[in-house]
Ligand binder design. Structure first.
Ligand SMILES: [Fe+2]
Length: 275
């Protein structure tokens, strides 16, 4: 499995408490079947002032530690980016990292209140050549009341990332219901752990993957826990990342496209990640 949303790096946000916790999180992830993980600390103006210059060195340092201990987890650079007025400029400048330097990045909308003109903001990002991945819409407190906004964001071409723990019940009944609604409507692109530590909110996704496989079939589970995340890391066209019902007419993804892209990136990933 590939996990594109984690707070495994220590001392940058509210994720791993220290380096020992980072390494333990990596061990838990590998034990669960996760082979590749994006390090995505919060980027919140005034609170977590992270940028490429803080995240990339921390990622390389942790990767060296994992390699030294023969923990087979490959890390990528990314960020969990909050809404900010100058975001397009900071993405363009390369100050705010996208996922593995691709067009895709994690956009975390505010939890409590639906920000005004969120769809316009997403549109502006898309027109600028970036693809905002909406993180855990099922956990946003406003999402059930304004579900039409979530639907329209997906319809605009923003991939929706669900949280594995939301499906298995770790975030309560409301989050689980919204997860199932998004899945049943065919609007989910992929799952991630959004792991923050070693006790609860761990980097574990196998339970959710089994539930998706049981309900929707193995192929859908592969897409949501491996193939689409791999396509994102390879900067593939959105047609390989979005669920089929959300693809624009005339842009169908060939069945094996995401898998072939996955093979290609994993052969080249060491080069890819040296930026
Ligand atoms: Fe997060």
């Amino acid at each position: 499995m590939i996990d594109l949303h984690s707070h495994i790096l220590s001392a940058l946000d509210d994720g791993a408490a220290d380096v020992a916790a980072s390494i333990e999180m990596a061990r838990i992830a590998v034990g669960d079947g996760i082979t590749h993980m994006a390090c995505t600390p919060h980027v919140v103006p005034g609170k977590y002032e992270n940028s490429v210059s803080t995240i990339l060195p921390a990622m390389h340092t942790l990767q060296a530690m994992l390699d030294a201990q023969s923990i087979p987890l490959t890390l990528y650079c990314g960020a969990d980016v909050h809404v900010a007025p100058d975001l397009v400029e900071r993405l363009r400048d390369g100050e705010v990292p996208t996922l593995n330097r691709t067009r895709y990045f994690l956009l975390e909308p505010p939890h409590e209140i639906l920000p005004p003109r969120l769809e316009d903001f997403a549109n502006r990002l898309l027109e600028s050549g970036f693809v905002p991945i909406i993180t855990h819409p099922e956990r946003l407190l406003w999402a059930s009341r304004h579900f039409d906004v979530v639907q329209r964001l997906a319809d605009l071409g923003c991939p929706l990332q669900l949280t594995a723990d939301s499906l298995t019940g770790g975030f309560g009944a409301a989050a689980r219901q919204l997860t199932e609604r998004i899945l049943n409507e065919g609007r989910a692109s992929f799952f991630a752990s959004d792991a923050h530590g070693v006790s609860w909110r761990k980097p574990v996704m196998s339970g959710a993957r089994a539930m998706v496989a049981e309900r929707f079939g193995q192929e859908v589970a592969d897409q949501m826990f491996h193939d689409r995340p791999a396509a994102i890391l390879a900067d593939a066209e959105p047609s390989a990342v979005l669920p089929s019902s959300r693809r624009t007419a005339g842009a169908p993804a060939s069945p094996g496209l995401a898998r072939r892209l996955a093979d290609r990136i994993f052969r080249a990933d060491r080069i890819f990640r040296n930026g």
